[in-house]
Design a protein around this ligand. Structure first.
Ligand code: ADP
Ligand code: MG
Length: 338
């Protein structure tokens, strides 16, 4: 599908061949993943009512992006990913992966993605090298085309190639899962909540390796319920809430559109009541701090500080708080009238 002559994004020497040259992402190319009217209702049982997990998803994930699918637990993220991976059957709508319709060309569609599932299960009795060879076999990758060593190296596991998986640290196991997802050299790597419950150091390591793959031309999709993580890594974010996409924008635009911050001031002297800082509204909390919401696009912190000064309030300490995910959902769902 993409024009090979324009596939120039592979800047990482040792990674250049992780995915075939003609499958590298190209700007302005058709979307890597495209969904239209995608619905999924899980059948109910005696004890459970049917669950409408996806209510008509329209989504385009551009080639070459690091795309964040952001939403709270139960939003439908894994359902979406599992439909792409062929693990869950959609109820209606259409999806194509790398140009292949999942109904008409299921094998090609599946071959175009590598999925790191949310639920980790791993056979601990193999070595990383064996695990990758077995996976490659499952995908029918001929021996002559396997890149086991390159992939292990790309994920920082070269020196553990022959160790037992059970001897690997948690972070290494996660990276091995990414390596397994890459054995058939898919142009799209999908990670479902890869860092839920993973400490900051391991997250950083994992992202380092995923970013290397991205630089080598791999389109990356990750689901997360951490706004900060999506904000930091993704160039585009879709927010999914109750089975619907409520926003899909370049990260900067999305974050800017939220345009809500709160200045938190600890006064030097305790205050009896919230001061009048019009046009700002200050709220005095029981711990003595003042919370002053503002719109960064329209207001400067300095301006608020001047008003505090004019009200003779001396500041011991101050911080600003960004909107968190809850605010984002509230605002977006409110805006869209749901
Ligand atoms: P997320 O990954 O965003 O947390 P999921 O896609 O896992 O969300 O779940 C979406 C909704 O579908 C949730 O309400 C969940 O309980 C429900 N669900 C997920 N899998 C099943 C299933 N196999 N059977 C019935 N309901 C399910
Ligand atoms: Mg999930």
């Amino acid at each position: 599908m993409p024009d090979p002559s324009r596939a120039g994004s592979a800047s990482h020497m040792n990674l250049q061949s992780i995915i075939p040259e003609n499958e590298k992402a190209t700007p302005l190319a058709p979307p890597a993943i495209s969904a239209r009217g995608l619905k999924k209702t899980y059948a109910g049982s005696k004890k459970m009512a049917p669950k409408e997990a996806l209510k008509g998803i329209d989504l385009d994930i551009p080639q070459g992006s690091i795309f964040g699918l952001l939403g709270p637990n139960g939003a439908g993220k894994s359902t979406f990913i599992n439909i792409l991976a062929g693990l869950v059957t959609k109820s209606s709508g259409s999806v194509s992966v790398w140009g292949f319709d999942i109904d008409r060309n299921p094998r090609q569609a599946r071959a175009a993605i590598g999925v790191v599932p949310q639920e980790i299960s791993m056979d601990v009795f193999f070595t990383p090298k064996e695990a990758l060879e077995i996976q490659a076999g499952l995908y029918g990758v001929p021996k002559s085309e396997r890149q086991t060593d390159e992939i292990l190296a790309a994920l920082g596991l070269a020196d553990k190639a022959n160790a037992y998986v059970r001897q690997l640290s948690g972070g290494m196991k996660r990276r091995l899962l990414v390596a397994k997802a890459m054995v058939h050299r898919p142009p799209i790597l999908i990670l479902d909540e890869p860092t839920a419950g993973v400490d900051i150091e391991l997250r950083k390591q994992l992202w380092e390796h995923v970013l290397k793959l991205h630089k080598a031309g791999v389109t990356v999709v990750l689901t997360t319920h951490y706004l900060e993580e999506a904000e930091e890594l993704c160039d585009r974010i879709a927010i999914i809430h109750n089975g619907e996409v409520v926003a899909c924008e370049p990260t900067e635009k999305l974050v800017a559109s939220l345009d809500n911050k709160t200045l938190v001031v600890t006064p030097l002297e305790p205050l009896a009541a919230a001061p009048d800082l019009a046009p700002y509204t200050a709220e005095l909390k029981s711990d003595g701090r003042l919370f002053i919401p503002y719109h960064p696009s329209k207001a400067q912190v300095g301006d608020i500080l001047e008003r505090l000064g004019a009200a003779s309030i001396k500041v011991r300490d101050l911080t600003t708080v960004e909107s968190d995910l809850e605010d984002v959902f509230l605002e977006l769902t409110y805006r869209s009238g749901r």
